[in-house]
Design a protein around this ligand. Structure first.
Ligand code: ATP
Length: 486
């Protein structure tokens, strides 16, 4: 039995909590909206995804280096980047419930409703209106007019009593030093993206790492956005982690590099085991491009909530470096020794959310299968991402079996995350590790004591094989390398 892919999110949220992947932040106090903590299995999964990305970017490309910039940055950075002025969402308040909504999302929901009711023409008409609504200045007025014309009601109270639509900045503001003051001069922001830490260090990196264009800078780190619509588990959080790489190129080569990175990044998603049919590229239409971008596309995954962005690939041109050159007064030019040319490089950016990738991995891996009249819940994720690579079990609690199982566990621990488990029936132990996404289970029995063998059981097809104790590591490595999603 396979359950409908589109019904899975609730089950994944419960499994995440029950098995210790992801908890709500400060849960004992009722939780904090759109903030999450990773539990023991989640922390390992996160580390593995982060490592897969870091390895792909830095280890496998001699011309990409990593940095780790601070979360706090000079306030002028966010003026130069355009975030102070333009990092806004259009919001509207329900006067009755005092709840705030994203105006464009309300309209999206109305479009969905019309679709569900079979009113396709009207849905298409509304979609067209939304797509063509507003330049930045006119956006609020346009969205307000649509909400009024279509008499869109507040989802929670059912009222039709709206304020105007206003822009709401998504950056979290805090203050530096011991002085308590409400002056904006003291304000520093929690970075809303990691990219700016790379742009402001571009010169430092070039001067110290002897890189020549084209070269890239990679970074993984926290970003903060005061998202208003934040209801979809770790899909949209207020504190999250990004994995970004900015690739500095000669103007004129940017389009080719953009295409190259788009296909390389798709390849990476397939490489971490995401099923091909649930991945797609969605280019941004020209009239919807961000102010800094010449080209942009989303890599989307078919989440239970529909096709959604996991990663953005952008051709940012020389926008950021030119802005920083202007605001800081420091030259951002590159001097090409071979052609004696001087120019401000263009930037092709790949920006993927770590938490969103984890949600994608969980959604893609989650299966319910009927086995001997019972439902088996299993996470069929790539073995290289699995929080626990192998379980090691003595068949029963007898010292001879326990000793050998402990010895195998010790040997494996050098290279893999393993779990020793001797409680409950073998079947129960398998099921527990199926839910944790553990791809291999090793069981020591009495026959094995005679001929130095164990049984290895594979998570995906539940097949078992007898192998020599000294081959366990090798089999795990080979199976991990050759793994394909099913
Ligand atoms: P969205 O349209 O979903 O708000 P975005 O286009 O603003 O995303 P970018 O600024 O391009 O996103 O950020 C790059 C990546 O960072 C996204 O593809 C996503 O994976 C991740 N990301 C962005 N915002 C969040 C968030 N609030 N929570 C979790 N991940 C996020």
């Amino acid at each position: 039995m396979s359950i409908d892919h589109l019904q899975q999110l609730d089950k994944i949220v419960s499994l995440s909590k029950a098995r210790g992947f992801i908890f709500q932040s400060s849960e004992i106090y009722g939780g904090l909206g759109a903030v999450y903590d990773y539990g023991p299995l989640g922390a390992e999964l996160k580390r593995n995804v982060r490592e897969a990305w870091w390895k792909e970017m830095t280890q496998k490309h001699e011309n990409i280096v990593g940095i780790d910039a601070a979360i706090f940055m000079h306030p002028r950075v966010w003026e130069a980047s355009g975030h102070v002025e333009g990092f806004n969402d259009p919001m509207i308040d329900d006067k009755q419930s005092k709840k705030r909504y994203r105006a464009d999302m309300l309209i999206e929901q109305q479009i969905e409703k019309l679709h569900k009711d079979g009113d396709i023409d009207e849905a298409e008409k509304l979609k067209k209106l939304l797509d063509t609504s507003g330049t930045r200045e006119g956006l609020c007025e346009d969205l307000h007019k649509i909400i009024m014309d279509y008499e869109i009601k507040a989802p929670d109270s059912g009222a039709f009593d709206w304020t105007e639509v206003r822009q709401f900045n998504l950056m979290f503001k805090t203050q530096f030093g011991a002085v308590s003051s409400s002056e904006d001069d003291d304000a520093v922001y929690l970075r809303p993206e990691t990219a700016q830490g790379i742009f402001v260090n571009y010169k430092n990196v070039m001067d110290t790492s002897r890189q020549q264009i084209p070269f890239g800078i990679a970074q993984v780190g926290k970003a903060f956005r005061n998202e208003v619509v934040a209801r979809q588990f770790v899909f949209r959080m207020r504190e999250f982690e990004q994995m970004e790489m900015q690739y500095f190129v000669q103007p004129g080569t940017d389009e080719e590099m953009y295409d190259e990175w788009l296909s390389k990044r798709m390849e990476w998603h397939r490489g971490i085991g995401i099923r091909e049919q649930y991945l797609r590229v969605a280019p941004h239409p020209e009239d919807k491009l961000a102010h800094y971008a010449r080209d942009a596309a989303d890599i989307q995954y078919r989440f239970p909530i529909g096709w959604q962005e996991v990663e953005g690939i952008h051709n940012r041109t020389d926008f950021d470096l030119t802005q920083h050159q202007e605001y800081s007064g420091k030259k951002m030019e590159y001097f090409d020794q071979s052609t004696r040319e001087r120019y401000v490089p263009y930037v092709v950016e790949t920006s993927v959310g770590l938490d969103r990738t984890i949600l994608m991995v969980l959604c893609d891996a989650y299966r319910e299968e009927e086995v001997e009249g019972e439902v088996r819940t299993v996470l069929k994720m790539h073995p290289k991402l699995a929080p626990i690579t192998a379980g090691v079990f003595p068949l029963v609690k007898k010292p001879e079996l326990q000793n050998l199982a402990r010895k195998i566990e010790d040997d494996l621990r050098e290279d893999f995350n393993v779990l020793y488990d001797e409680s409950g029936s073998i079947g129960k132990r398998y099921r527990r590790l199926d839910e944790a996404g553990t791809p291999f289970c090793i069981t020591v029995d009495f026959d094995g004591l005679e001929d130095n063998t164990v049984t290895i059981r594979f998570r995906d097809d539940m097949k078992q094989e007898r192998i020599q104790v000294e081959h366990v590591s090798e089999v795990i490595r080979k199976e991990t390398k050759n793994w394909n999603p099913s």
